[in-house]
Design a protein around this ligand. Structure first.
Ligand SMILES: NC(=O)c1ccc[n+]([C@@H]2O[C@H](COP(=O)([O-])OP(=O)(O)OC[C@H]3O[C@@H](n4cnc5c(N)ncnc54)[C@H](O)[C@@H]3O)[C@@H](O)[C@H]2O)c1
Ligand SMILES: [Zn+2]
Length: 362
């Protein structure tokens, strides 16, 4: 089992990463000073796979446990579902000291985190992420949110968990598509921060994809360390933390042009490659680095071509993003693998050019 500390003064917490550590949750919570009752928020898929075992473990440790299950899917990240959960928490007489355990992927983590941040002005939150994406990205850093008026993560808060428990054994039941989604954020972490980690991924990607426990643990650990370090330096997302949006400007545009029928990781993989091509066209990123990135994305079973969506729909969505940012579209571009910079000076025609021009690369 490995540990990563997120140092945020009084809001500091630990991330624990390892195989089979779901079995230690009860003990860990007692150690952290929790007792009496707690609430698990999850969905039926994750509940069937891990909820019952977790409940037994917690009951053995002396906790009174209530499981609140919400249907699977992004559309549950809503004020309506949050409202239903507040109601159920009241029925259970949840108090200020009653912890909420978010057991699931990023959807459950964001939703349960939002509920924990707001119910009774905040109850303790424990993240137990069960997707690769959630273990390497969404469970760390305290961004919790629901969607509203067709806009993702529109209503939310910064609310750090008390503890994150990433049991990498849970990744064994993930559908391959979800593994690839998580790998996109893993590759993102390496490109924005750590060229040695990128080289590690090039070397070990096949073993990671075959769910080798040692490689999975190392991958989650290294990604979690990167995210923790960036969040420690910019908890409130005022500057440095923006680099984690690498691939997300065009990625979000693709997601919205596809009415969210495309995986988040899949969309940002295309966004990462597009941003790299922009940088290459501007004479900044080397062609060899661009090709290394393209090859790793492809090996991760992520698409390297713009999906068959109308290009103008994507461009329109990029423009929409621009309105939100006060007339500027902000891009995170790689200088080299392991180092990025932020700019709002990318012409719309260059964006269009890189989105249609995949086939030119060899
Ligand atoms: N808060 C943040 O900083 C942050 C960062 C990145 C993404 N996000 C959010 O995360 C969400 C996406 O998260 P996600 O990719 O984890 O999606 P998800 O939560 O929808 O999970 C993907 C699918 O995998 C299933 N699943 C979960 N764990 C499983 C397991 N161990 N075995 C089998 N199936 C399992 C889920 O039920 C779901 O069907 C988005 O809403 C996104 O906005 C938040
Ligand atoms: Zn993302």
């Amino acid at each position: 089992m490995k540990r990563v500390k997120v140092r945020l003064g009084k809001s500091s917490y630990e991330i624990r990463i390892g195989p089979g550590i779901l079995a230690e949750v009860g003990h860990r919570l007692t150690e952290s000073g929790f007792s009496d009752k707690l609430v698990i928020i999850t969905n039926p898929i994750v509940n069937r796979l891990y909820g019952e075992a977790l409940e037994q473990n917690l009951t053995r440790e002396g906790f009174r446990v209530t499981i609140l299950s919400v249907p699977d899917g992004e559309e549950q990240k809503s004020l309506e579902t949050a409202g239903r959960l507040y109601h159920e928490l009241s029925n259970f007489y949840a108090e200020r000291a009653t912890p909420i355990l978010a057991l699931g992927g990023g959807v459950i983590g964001d939703l349960a985190g939002f509920v924990a941040a707001t119910y009774l002005r905040g109850v303790p939150l424990v993240q137990i992420p069960t997707t690769l994406l959630a273990q390497v990205d969404s469970s760390i850093g305290g961004k919790v949110a629901v969607n509203h008026d067709q806009l993702k993560n529109k209503i939310g808060a910064f609310y750090q968990p008390k503890l994150v428990i990433s049991d990498i054994s849970t990744l064994k039941t993930l559908p391959p598509k979800e593994l690839a989604n998580g790998l996109a954020e893993v590759i993102k972490s390496a490109v924005v921060w750590d060229k040695e980690f990128f080289a590690y991924l090039e070397m070990n990607l096949d073993r990671i994809k075959s769910l080798d426990e040692g490689e999975l643990e190392e991958t989650v650990l290294r990604s979690a360390k990167i995210k923790a370090e960036i969040v420690e330096r910019d908890e409130m997302d005022l500057g440095l933390r923006h680099i984690l949006n690498y691939g997300h400007t065009i990625g979000h545009a693709i997601e919205s042009a596809a009415d969210f029928r495309i995986g988040h990781g899949e969309a940002i993989a295309i966004g990462m490659l597009a941003a790299a091509r922009i940088s290459n066209q501007l004479g900044i990123l080397d062609q060899t680095e661009l090709l290394r990135l393209r090859s790793l994305i492809q090996r991760a079973s992520l698409a390297i071509e713009t999906p068959s969506l109308k290009l103008d729909k994507i461009i329109q969505a990029v423009r929409h993003d621009k309105k939100i940012l006060g007339g500027r579209t902000r891009f995170v571009l790689p200088k080299a693998i392991g180092e990025v910079f932020i700019t709002d000076e990318v012409s719309p025609s260059l964006v269009e050019q890189v989105l249609v021009g995949w086939h030119e690369e060899t």
